[in-house]
Design a protein around this ligand. Structure first.
Ligand code: NAI
Length: 398
């Protein structure tokens, strides 16, 4: 029977950290009764406090009436000290979204235990960024009810949600998940169960190629950031963005995609970034990263050389477009969903396929071929689909 995930469904969220707290807020804002649980009492207390503050802000800004805010908070219940052996509270949930630590064995244990508590029809979702949904579902009795529902941070603000069926996921479960996410006012895109899904895969060259340009001494961080912001139209340059995300987090994502892709050189992590992580220069949160955020530090000036800037921009953008085209060819997602994912998930100034068509697929191909020839590295190999479209004179976004 197809699961129905209407507003009456009780939603369980396990893990009350950054993501779980945000997801619980989204579910409660959409009328669900929500149980938010965490092993740690302090994480639960922080999430509860965060919800109260978020509602106070929304009332103050006139986004919500006081009565609505109170009703939303009343729909949220908090459970601390939750353990896999003690999940009875989740019995009434029609949907449970897991947002605990990114550890396969711990997630598998949780899913197995959840299955013994929830009803047969209940849908089990994971918010994992980097693990395979198949692996998480693999230990379950009814793997067909497991899927990935991947929110972006902060969940109440970011429009995009990637919905990911594993090999065994029932088509009706995928549809129910997608429908629910859309009713929650989000933009849902369907991604295949491949490393990094859509956004975390296609965005890799934004960081990796910029780091490579830095390592070769072609330009410094301020100049690369300036080029991609001013000449590329990106909201943030790659280095200021890595400093915001945290170099530890960004490096871990790159490593996990690289390893999961069987060490394809296209995704190779950077030694420069590794040294920053090893030095504790994690970015804004550590007050040091590519930039110095300590009191009194002076931001380094960019060399605003348009010719150099355009070279940098074209190289990074060509790599991003190539990655998007390859994702189309390898059926990571539909071309339309790939465009939506990069514009709504990471706020790129335009969809990468659209961008490739505007530049001309032949011009993008020429940039990549020249890099491949110069370096002799497989890292720069053009996607076969890009070659085909460039040769036929067709479009990347049909
Ligand atoms: P976090 O560290 O802020 O929160 C994780 C919470 O899970 C902690 O409060 C911890 O006490 C709790 N926890 C760990 N093991 C548990 C268990 N067995 N039972 C109950 N609670 C447990 O982590 P964050 O950033 O919220 O990430 C959670 C998940 O969401 C991860 O799978 C991560 O890959 C994914 N994700 C993270 C994003 C981000 O930008 N931070 C974006 C999208 C997905």
């Amino acid at each position: 029977m197809a699961p129905t995930l209407g507003p009456d469904v009780v939603v369980g969220v396990i893990g009350a950290g950054t993501m779980g707290a945000g997801i619980a807020q989204v579910a409660a804002a959409n009328g669900h009764r929500v149980l938010l649980a965490d092993a740690s009492a302090s994480a639960v207390a922080k999430a509860k406090d965060g919800h109260a503050k978020a509602m106070a802000r929304e009332v103050e800004k006139g986004k919500r009436s006081q009565a609505e805010a109170e009703a939303l908070l009343a729909r949220l219940s908090y459970i601390s000290g939750v353990a896999p052996s003690d999940l009875e509270d989740f019995a009434p949930c029609g949907l449970v979204i897991e947002a605990i630590v990114e550890d396969l064995a711990i997630k598998q244990t949780l899913f197995r235990s959840l299955e013994s508590v929830v009803s047969r029809e209940a849908v089990l979702a994971t918010n994992t960024s980097s693990l395979s949904i198949a692996a998480i579902a693999g230990g379950c009795q009814r793997a067909e009810r497991v899927l990935g529902i991947h929110f972006f941070n902060p969940a109440p603000v970011m429009a995009l949600v990637e919905v990911i069926p594993a090999l065994a996921t029932d088509a009706a479960v995928l549809e129910a998940g997608r429908g629910l996410v859309e009713r929650w006012g989000k933009v849902a895109v369907v991604a295949s169960d491949t490393p990094g899904f859509i956004v975390n895969r296609i965005a890799r060259p934004y960081y990796g190629e910029s780091l490579r340009i830095l390592e070769e001494g072609i330009a410094d961080v301020a100049t690369i950031d300036w080029a991609l912001r001013t000449l590329g139209g990106f909201k943030m340059g790659p280095f200021e963005l890595m400093d915001l995300i945290g170099n530890d987090v960004n490096y871990a994502v790159t490593r996990s995609v690289f390893e999961a892709m069987y060490f394809d050189p296209r995704y190779r992590p950077s030694l420069t970034q590794r040294r920053l992580v090893e030095s504790g220069w994690l970015g804004r949160k550590a007050k040091r990263g590519y930039y110095d955020y300590r009191d009194g530090a002076v931001a380094p000036p960019a060399t605003e050389d348009e010719v150099l800037g355009r070279t940098i921009r074209d190289r990074v953008v060509a790599m991003l477009i190539n990655e998007a085209v390859d994702a189309v060819q390898l059926r990571v997602a539909s071309p339309e969903d790939i465009e939506l994912a990069m514009t709504k998930g990471v706020n790129y100034p335009r969809g990468l396929l659209t961008w490739g068509d505007a530049l001309g697929p032949a011009a993008v191909l020429a940039t990549l071929e020249s890099l491949q020839q110069e370096y002799g590295e497989d890292r720069y190999r053009p996607s076969p689909l890009l070659r085909r479209v460039a040769k036929s004179g067709g479009k990347l976004l049909p």
